[in-house]
Write a protein that binds this ligand. Structure first.
Ligand code: GDP
Length: 183
């Protein structure tokens, strides 16, 4: 796949001339690993220190779709003002790009389950009315019991059709995510 890094930005977005897909999720949910798996390239940094990327990163896939990697949320050691900055950056991003966003992939850790901030994200996306897909990450690590609990939690929000099971470790979910990116 052709993948180009375009820019790292807070509010200077590229022209809205191509559809874009966004990846969001808690810090440490496995977002970088998933993006790398999906693109087959090492474009997103697999974080040693969760929550460190504080800008919005634009990539161009196959000259046709923007892939947008936004900073993770819910990192405990981030100070309050930094959280506020994240929030206003995200609100501005979604306001500016809403029409251009074709899919938001909301990553949820299959082991940890749906957390308060995940709920808030899902509710907010529903409220502003952008299409989204929930991607359960690290399914290789989840016990059957954890997996069914997380699935049950998520189904309450989105139903069966909008859930993808993934594992960056096992290369699981790649085809399904790619087809959702390019359709
Ligand atoms: P990010 O902070 O959301 O970008 O998460 P990373 O991609 O940096 O991953 C956080 C941690 O989870 C790292 O230690 C990864 O090796 C691990 N991880 C990510 N994806 C998977 C997965 O599918 N399976 C397992 N077992 N571990 C994973």
């Amino acid at each position: 796949m052709k993948v180009q890094f375009l820019k790292s930005t807070v509010r200077e977005f590229p022209p809205a001339d191509k559809p874009e897909v966004v990846f969001v999720g808690r810090s440490n949910v496995g977002k970088s690993s998933l993006i790398n798996m999906v693109t087959g390239r090492n474009i997103a940094r697999v974080s040693k220190e969760p929550g460190r990327t504080r800008t919005i990163n634009y990539f161009l896939l196959e000259d046709s779709v923007y892939l947008v990697d936004v900073p993770g949320y819910g990192f405990a050691r981030v100070p309050k003002e930094e959280q506020e900055r994240w929030k206003s950056m995200m609100e501005n991003y979604f306001r500016e790009r809403k029409e251009n966003i074709k899919m938001v992939f909301v990553l949820i850790d299959a082991v940890a389950g749906v957390q308060k901030l995940d709920e808030q994200m899902l509710e907010w996306l529903q409220f502003i009315g952008v299409p989204f897909t929930v991607v359960l990450t690290k399914t290789d690590k989840a016990k059957q019991k954890e997996l069914s609990r997380t699935l049950k939690q998520v189904k309450g929000y989105v139903g069966e059709t909008a859930i993808v099971m993934s594992s960056a470790k096992e290369g699981k979910g790649k085809k399904e995510i790619l087809s959702r990116i390019f359709s």
